[in-house]
Design a protein around this ligand. Sequence first.
Ligand code: DAH
Length: 339
Amino acid sequence: MKCVQEQFEHALLECKTAKDVEALKLRYLGKKGIIQDQMRLLKEVSPEQRPAVGAQVNALKVYIEGKLDQFLSRIVDQEREQRMAGERLDVTLPGRAHFLGSKHPIPATIDEIVRILKDLGFSAQVGPQIETEYYNFEVLNFAPDHPAKDMQDTFYIEPGILLRTQTSNVQGRVMERTSPPIRIACPGRCFRNEEVSARSHCFFHQVEALYIDQGVSMQDLFSTFREFVQRLFQRDDLEVRFRPSYFPFVEPGTECDATCLVCNGKGCQLCKYSGWLEICGAGMVHPQVLRNVGIDPEKYQGYAWGMGVERLIMLRHSIRDIRLFSENDMRFLRQFHGA
Ligand code: DAH
């Protein structure tokens, strides 16, 4: 009996984990364990000695149970302490900085332009980037041999289907299915087969504005454009001027300029010493365009303008290379954070 107890104590000291203790428990107290063996051996003891030996076996069993419980609870405590030591939070560690993204300057500026136009009564409309030659050119009064339609300038997907070169493509689509008054702002991406350089890219963005109603005059174009520019640049003192120009879908056609943001009209490098910045092309919608979409030009008139978004941002932030917008260089993009 003494030797069983000693062996047990020895084995107990070897236990390192709660699992070891459980295994030892099974070995001694289990159904086929050592204590049960001892119980069975009682049969072989003489009847006189049996009560005394039985009592000894019992005492040993109680002793082993007690020791195992004690040891187990100590190990469980130890294990918990170890775990907690490993999990301890080091509150002195510096926090992880969160990276906050921001909107790319192009969609951010488009949003701004469209919001201002909405405030002025226009509603946003979008059109397809893959377009028919008809809506991109023909309905807009481009002659069949107009150089813009040339393979050099336009990406054709197949004969008659192309990547739109201008957001003016939305004009015909909307006018065809809407009766005046029409007042829409159409933002989107355009494509031209241009050599990529600091000044031009094969894709860029425009926002088109179109207003068709009875009695619309050039004065409406002038005053709405001035209001728009003043809101966009948040400066009431900006003036606008129109210079004659040519676009097949307007008559008369104009280039619209605004007072130079940097020199306030005195002349500087940005405005090439003219005092004016070129903002967009515009004009009174050509009667032929109205006829093409089934609107009577005797009854309705309208104006349209189309501005390049990249160009506008470049003027505003003195950016010299249009390629920066599509290079995903974080050093460039971060500058617009919250702009
Ligand atoms: N779509 C023209 C372009 O990409 C810009 C333009 C000029 C739009 C005059 C207009 C306009 O609506 O009236 O060059």
